[in-house]
Design a protein around this ligand. Sequence first.
Ligand SMILES: NC(=O)c1ccc[n+]([C@@H]2O[C@H](COP(=O)([O-])OP(=O)(O)OC[C@H]3O[C@@H](n4cnc5c(N)ncnc54)[C@H](O)[C@@H]3O)[C@@H](O)[C@H]2O)c1
Length: 295
Amino acid sequence: MTIANSIRTIGVIGAGQMGNGIAHVAALAGYDVLLNDLETDRIDGALDIIRHNMTRQVGRGMITHEAMEEALPRIKKTPKLGSFEAADIAIESVIEVEEFKRKIYADLRETLRPDALLATNTSSISITRLAATTDRPDKFIGVHFMNPVPLMKLVELIRGLATSQETYETSLTFVSSLGKTIANAEDFPAFIVNRVLIPMINEAVYTLYEGVGSVEAIDKAMRLGANHPMGPLELADFIGLDTCLSIMQVLNEGLADTKYRPCPLLVKYVEAGWLGQKTQRGFYDYRGETPMPTR
Ligand SMILES: NC(=O)c1ccc[n+]([C@@H]2O[C@H](COP(=O)([O-])OP(=O)(O)OC[C@H]3O[C@@H](n4cnc5c(N)ncnc54)[C@H](O)[C@@H]3O)[C@@H](O)[C@H]2O)c1
């Protein structure tokens, strides 16, 4: 079966911070979007966030008010994957837990058309291994957006062993049409950006754990000393500490080098449910007017 001639309808599974960003840029680029989540409230929340973020873009002159009003109705709340028949590409963006992703691919067997592409926004899990659990390894690809999706220019494209050239080219055209720039990455743990970025964040947590510096000192040092726009601990809170830990675990298991050992302090924060901005507490506490360091 060949690939859908052209992509018009995008299915997004997972309406979290990445899923809502993907829906946002796809709708602005003129695509119809089916937005799914396990929890219906999450879809409603995502629609509110998208409206809020687009309103900010209008305020900054990045998009017109008309573009926003045209884009918003293109995003359809889709609580059931059974409604994904219309999708020409489904982009899975649920939490970084392999068995959850596999379960979704199994559920999609029932509804996703045979000519539709299946993409994952995974930050680190093997595309080849995920593809092998689907009914379409040749039409499966890693499309790794950066956070926040509406602002970040880059998307990594990762081909699994079985990904066809046609799937790659169709994905390339689709992602380019969203105004994004592509970096090709090979299918090795965490690809390019996170292979470099997340061990740096893990090292910053070790620096805190060993008492080399406070949360504020570490972030200030990297902002002003290395010219990073955000310190590594505020960036970790922004990404989500659970996501950072999952990526370190994938690197640790996949490359079996002790330099990828997750910092016990990162594990502790995740065990506490202090996952960063999304839960209001991480290395900073976001419940007040200004973020306050939690150590
Ligand atoms: N946070 C980042 O900076 C970042 C950047 C690039 C890629 N990613 C990747 O994107 C994916 C999503 O990350 P996120 O930060 O948006 O997470 P998130 O926790 O903000 O959102 C995940 C969403 O998935 C939903 N979900 C869970 N199981 C589901 C299921 N079975 N069906 C439908 N929805 C389900 C949850 O309810 C939640 O709304 C992960 O694979 C992550 O590694 C994250």
